[in-house]
Design a protein around this ligand. Structure first.
Ligand code: AP5
Ligand code: MG
Ligand code: ZN
Length: 214
């Protein structure tokens, strides 16, 4: 099963993508997580990506597309994958379609996790992330068992650089301008499904399971 998660920053794409990946035993591929891992390791890609990410802008398509095409061609992705944070521009969506087409494949679903802008700021300010394993928490709605410590791997949790209120507003603007057009793109291909992302994490996952089946 090949799935794309769409939705504004903070809509819960990562939270749901991890559950989908566990449930259906397919890899979770998050471009944001890949960039953050590169920043942490101080790679060239990380240095370039950080300039854009800290401002809430998109990393250029040239740096993003090859990375994803390479990742989805790896062995563990041959039975499917869940893409989180990619594509987020029309050229990225076209590049993905072209690459899959060349391999005689296509995406199965694009799931839009719909959350109004008003709800987003509160979610972001309470988010805590594990830079080691990618797990995400919320200090109020989805707290870790021990404050400040990742349940999955025991690493210290941090607040993301780009979760400051000004940067979040910028990310929302970028989302509306460059990523929202993908809703139309996937609607035309008849694979768009929308879930109400304002409900609890469990309710959102049930809605997604109803779409994906089993
Ligand atoms: P990325 O890491 O993808 O960030 P984003 O799209 O802004 O999305 P977030 O990760 O902030 O939110 P999410 O939807 O995953 O929500 P989450 O599950 O964490 O990208 C970061 C940056 O990298 C971009 O700005 C860009 O610069 C660059 N980049 C990445 N991909 C790129 C690409 N393809 N092209 C160009 N540039 C790219 O949930 C948010 C919070 O809410 C958490 O605290 C969570 O615990 C909580 N929560 C989740 N679900 C619920 C619920 N149902 N109820 C209550 N709280 C909930
Ligand atoms: Mg995320
Ligand atoms: Zn962790």
């Amino acid at each position: 099963m090949k799935i794309i998660m769409l939705g504004a920053p903070g809509a819960g794409k990562g939270t749901q993508a991890k559950q989908i990946a566990d449930h259906y035993s397919i890899p979770h591929i998050s471009t944001g997580d890949i960039f953050r891992a590169n920043i942490k390791q101080g790679t060239d890609l990380g240095k370039k990506a950080k300039e854009y990410m800290d401002k809430g802008q998109l990393v250029p398509d040239e740096l993003t597309c090859d990375l994803v095409m390479d990742r989805i061609s790896q062995d563990d992705a041959k039975d499917g994958f869940v893409l989180d944070g990619f594509p987020r521009t029309i050229p990225q969506a076209e590049a993905l379609e072209k690459a899959l087409d060349a391999a005689g494949q296509k995406m199965d679903f694009a799931i839009d996790v719909d959350v109004p802008d008003d709800n987003i700021i509160g979610r972001m300010s309470g988010r805590r992330a594990c830079l080691n394993c990618g797990a995400t928490y919320h200090i109020v709605s989805i707290p870790p068992k021990t404050e400040g410590i990742c349940d999955r791997c025991g690493e210290k949790l941090v607040q993301r650089e780009d979760d400051k209120e000004e940067t979040v507003k910028n990310r929302l603007n970028v989302y509306h301008e460059q990523t929202q057009p993908l809703i139309d793109f996937y609607q035309k291909r008849d694979i768009l499904r929308t879930v109400d992302g304002t409900r609890s994490m469990e309710e959102v996952f049930s809605a997604i399971q109803a779409i994906l089946g089993a």
